[in-house]
Design a protein around this ligand. Structure first.
Ligand code: ADP
Ligand code: MG
Length: 266
């Protein structure tokens, strides 16, 4: 099971779209995929027409289980999606209260990591849609993953928060003695605007090898897909947006392969 987290402290940069579209593509390949929604706004959950506050349980219940000292009942909180091979661990609005309720409990930063380890054989890939706030939920999302995908909207203000975010990430990883590879993905790119072009240039200069070599363009089909409640590869397989995400997935897989080869060769 490989766990990837999609994260950025900014909203509206394409985090949820990235998690859903990559998840859809992986399941198209016949892989078993779990999408985990850790954002109390529950956009990913709503994308699949799952009510974030339904009785079936959610990622929030994993935190409750941990606080009550019970073993995590991860499998019972997971729901199928409309797409074969793609499952969802939904968010709940109550996730917003984890910060307050969880303080004082040991191990609250590792709840998701432990819950996923327990179901390791069930999935090939897990994609976590992380909340935009740096807090216990984001710490959980970071602690659980091997690879981090940071979507960045190609507009002037995008660089501002990014530097701080990357510094914070590096600090968290250092304190956990954990190597975490991250890939910055330029999103909502519009080559006709100088803001997009300039931002891409600045990203390239600052982040070099951590920046994915291509871009996700603005494509209204990605928005239409969310309206249809389906991953874009299912309803608009020939769209530019899906082509761009396929190429991103290829790039991420290649990085994954290289990392594995490195580990194998010591
Ligand atoms: P976040 O999760 O970071 O808040 P979303 O993935 O929800 O961002 O994207 C915000 C909005 O932009 C959504 O309405 C989504 O459909 C739309 N969107 C995301 N990526 C693109 C894109 N490449 N082209 C056009 N619309 C996009
Ligand atoms: Mg989102």
């Amino acid at each position: 099971m490989k766990v990837w987290t999609v994260s950025n402290q900014k909203g509206g940069v394409g985090k949820t779209t990235t998690a859903v579209t990559l998840g859809g593509l992986l399941s198209d390949w016949g892989l078993k995929v779990l999408l985990v929604d850790l954002d109390p706004h529950a956009s990913l959950t709503s994308y699949f027409r799952i009510n974030p506050d339904q009785a079936g349980g959610s990622a929030y219940n994993l935190f409750l289980d941990a606080m009550e000292g019970k073993a995590a009942r991860t499998r019972s909180y997971i729901q199928p999606s409309t797409v074969e091979g793609l499952s969802v661990l939904p968010a709940a609005t109550a996730l917003a209260s984890v910060e307050r309720k969880g303080s004082g409990f040991d191990g609250m930063g590792l709840v998701i990591s432990r819950a996923l380890t327990a179901i390791d054989p069930d999935y090939d890939y897990v994609l976590i849609d992380s909340p935009p706030l740096l807090g216990v939920l984001m710490i959980n999302a970071l602690a659980a993953c091997k690879r981090l995908i940071i979507p960045v909207q190609t507009e002037f203000l995008a660089m501002k928060g990014l530097e701080r975010m990357v510094a914070t990430l590096e600090m968290i990883c250092k304190s956990r003695n954990k190597a975490l590879d991250y890939t910055i993905v330029p999103t909502l790119f519009d080559r006709r605007t100088s803001a997009s072009v300039q931002t891409l240039k600045a990203l390239r200069e600052t982040y070099g090898a951590h920046l994915w070599g291509s871009v996700i363009p603005i494509d209204t089909k990605l928005r239409d897909a969310s309206q249809a409640g389906l991953p874009a590869s299912t309803c608009f397989p020939g769209s530019r947006g899906v082509a761009a995400y396929s190429s991103l997935l290829d790039g991420l897989m290649r990085k994954e392969g290289l990392a594995e080869a490195k580990v194998a060769s010591g």
